[in-house]
Write a protein of this length. Sequence first.
Length: 305
Amino acid sequence: MSLAVRFSEYGTTDVLRVVDVPAPVPGPGQVRLVVRAAGVNPFDWKVMQGFMRQMMPLDLPAGLGSDVAGVVDEVGEGVTAFAVGDEVLGASLTPGYAQSALADAGALVAKPAGLSWDVAGTLAGSGGTAWTVIELLKVIQGETLLIHAASGGVGTFAAQLAVARGARVIGTASPDNHERLRALGVTPVAHSEGLADRVRAIAPDGVDAVLDASGHGEIPMSIDLAGGPERVLTLLAFDAADLGIQVHTDGPRGNTVRALHDILALIEEGRLQVPVWRTFPLTEAAAALDLSRTGHVGGKIVLLP
Ligand SMILES: NC(=O)c1ccc[n+]([C@@H]2O[C@H](COP(=O)([O-])OP(=O)(O)OC[C@H]3O[C@@H](n4cnc5c(N)ncnc54)[C@H](OP(=O)(O)O)[C@@H]3O)[C@@H](O)[C@H]2O)c1
């Protein structure tokens, strides 16, 4: 048996229970992990509250989380890439807010020995999504990228991936997060009223591309700043597809392992930092999700089962 976070009805965090469940058994191509860290993402509380139920109907009771790092303790048939005792990170198949989770061996990479567990548990979801959207936006050296919500999980990875490509990044954030963004090579701007003017003051000719990880009505302004919709991509404004922008709905979109290799290489070279803001034990998953639900974060939130 192992502990896992479960909910039997949709709702806010009072629906969560930490219960003892049988450890899952890996099928062909799968491994089982003793979860050492599970990243907390806004997607998780959106699932819990039922906001994703049309796109992703669940059989309740259900669990949460898919960003994991841990130690392999059982391998399924046909798995040759990993063995019992290996330290790995990536995307889980079964809920990651648990002491034990299954993953496809093809969605995992080896955890470098020097990488902390808390950072390892954050890389697949936000990092994988950021990597994928920077590819889709085709950001190249010398370009200017505007990121709405650069201080968030996705924004922090995307900003650093773009800076690593030689782009200039202007990133929106609350003033409390500006110093943190400057340290990552980002030019911060407040996301309050007058944002477009503040961006124009930094980039008088506009920007080359825009990543919207905020969803607070920035699309018309972004199309204007980018001189057209083609290189504006949103993770949230699903009703804006008619405007000709790119609407991205599926996170890392199958790129998890490629993304993780690139991200780990940048971390190793000292060119990408992962600010972990708060860690919580599994039993305090509700507090972790409540913090994420505030929408204002100072870095990644991680559960340490
Ligand atoms: N479609 C997809 O495939 C996909 C994939 C991943 C994530 N997402 C979504 O993308 C969003 C961002 O994810 P995340 O992990 O980066 O979230 P996060 O870590 O919780 O960060 C939230 C961000 O929103 C910013 N923010 C809060 N209020 C704002 C406002 N009024 N105007 C502008 N920005 C504001 C915050 O900035 P300050 O704290 O500095 O104010 C912070 O940067 C979430 O809604 C998530 O569900 C979608």
